[in-house]
Design a protein around this ligand. Structure first.
Ligand SMILES: NC(=O)c1ccc[n+]([C@@H]2O[C@H](COP(=O)([O-])OP(=O)(O)OC[C@H]3O[C@@H](n4cnc5c(N)ncnc54)[C@H](O)[C@@H]3O)[C@@H](O)[C@H]2O)c1
Ligand SMILES: O=C(O)C(=O)C[C@]1(C(=O)O)C=C[C@@H](O)C=C1
Length: 346
């Protein structure tokens, strides 16, 4: 943001350790401690609250005690919206509040894991109160656009119902899976035999309790509903397996699963831009990723997404590359094949 808009002043509010690091990384112009509320409120145009939800709620309470001298747009990135928007609506002028939530993140935290491309092509929910004009939250929309995300305007309750299914329940499923590896496996060290499926499904089990306890607390009913639906589906799959060799029921569940997964990538309502993907087998030697990226950069091919797909730790694995157009993907495929890489289209 600083590079694109030199007149923007970024004020960071955090712990002394994080503020020091933010200064070193040149991502903050001014720094403030948590308790210096009056100081960081006065003179700000936009305040974006990025703490755990309970702290967003208590900060909104603190803001309501402040009397800044000019208009301030307040927003947040909390993963649930109904309760936060209700609290935000209580802020008086010159504050105005609009809730928001980027659908992108990571199980990792701290500045060291910052990823400037994390919001690229992600959806970013915005929940304005009834009657608020677009122009009143333009500063937030500008940030969303700047980081390459797509703004989706949604009512807060509708947001919470939706993300309960597509984000919160999957977190609970992942956590439950990782929390329940039976001792008969752990005691023998057999968890190390886990393939990519188990590793993919449990990546977010490494997520922070500080973040998720507040999500569970502020979207309890919807998470319970989504989990009940998921558990019923899991039970139906279990029961279908019991009926083998009369396995038509399981077959139908697999077909429905194929369709559900494919629906994530299908064009249609709310579909994000589709991508053309390649997989490249990595060679087990130093600099292999650079050897792939360098000729693509030289050909000015813009990689829209990149993922290191490892089957196990400590092996070379596969690199997944995504391009915006089929033509770019084909050009990349030909360049890499000429460099003797094994490339497949997905
Ligand atoms: N991680 C994700 O995938 C993700 C995605 C979208 C939205 N969110 C939301 O973003 C918010 C932050 O999550 P995160 O993953 O960035 O967590 P994080 O742990 O990386 O960052 C939380 C920040 O809040 C600060 N903080 C913690 N307690 C505080 C307190 N008492 N007073 C002031 N500051 C405090 C921490 O110092 C840290 O800088 C949450 O509300 C979460 O729901 C997270
Ligand atoms: O680490 C991840 O990929 C996440 O799960 C991030 C994720 C999600 O995609 O569900 C989790 C919670 C947030 O509110 C938004 C994003």
């Amino acid at each position: 943001l600083k590079q694109a808009k030199s007149d923007v002043i970024i004020r960071a509010v955090s712990s002394p350790k994080t503020l020091l690091r933010a200064k070193e990384m040149q991502i903050a112009d001014e720094t403030f401690g948590y308790d210096e509320v009056e100081k960081w409120v006065e003179g700000s145009d936009l305040i974006l609250l990025c703490t755990p939800i309970s702290v967003i709620l208590s900060t909104l309470e603190k803001l309501s005690q402040c009397t800044p001298t000019h208009p301030i747009l307040v927003s947040d990135i909390g993963s649930t919206k109904a309760e936060i928007c209700k609290a935000g609506a209580k802020l008086q002028k010159p504050f105005r509040f609009v809730g928001s939530h980027p659908m992108a993140g990571s199980e990792k935290h701290s500045l060291e894991f910052n990823d400037p491309s994390i919001f690229e092509n992600a959806y970013w929910f915005v929940c304005p109160p009834a009657g608020m004009k677009k122009s009143e939250y333009a500063a937030l929309s500008e940030i969303i656009e700047f980081v390459g995300a797509t703004q989706i305007v949604f009512p807060p309750e509708h947001h919470d119902q939706t993300v309960a299914w597509v984000s919160h329940m999957p977190q609970m499923a992942s956590t439950s899976l990782a929390a329940n590896i039976p001792h008969r496996l752990l005691d023998q060290g057999y968890q190390h035999f886990a393939g990519r499926a188990f590793r993919d499904m449990t990546r977010i089990a490494a997520s922070s309790w500080a973040m998720w306890k507040d999500i569970a607390d502020t979207n309890r009913a919807e998470i319970l509903r989504a989990m009940d639906e998921y558990i019923a589906g899991l039970k139906a799959t279990r029961d279908a397996i019991e009926k083998i060799p009369h396995d038509e029921e399981l077959h139908q569940i697999f077909l429905a699963g194929n369709d559900g997964r494919a629906s994530l990538f299908a064009p249609g309502k709310n579909a994000s831009n589709s991508f053309f993907q390649l997989t490249v087998q990595l060679k087990d030697e130093p600099g292999t990723i650079l050897a792939i990226l360098k000729p693509l950069a030289a050909a000015k091919l813009n990689i829209r997404d990149i993922e290191l797909m490892k089957v196990r730790e400590n092996i070379a694995g596969t690199l997944l590359l995504a391009f915006k157009t089929e033509e770019q993907a084909h050009q990349a495929r030909d360049i890499l094949r000429a460099e003797n890489f094994e490339v497949m289209e997905r």
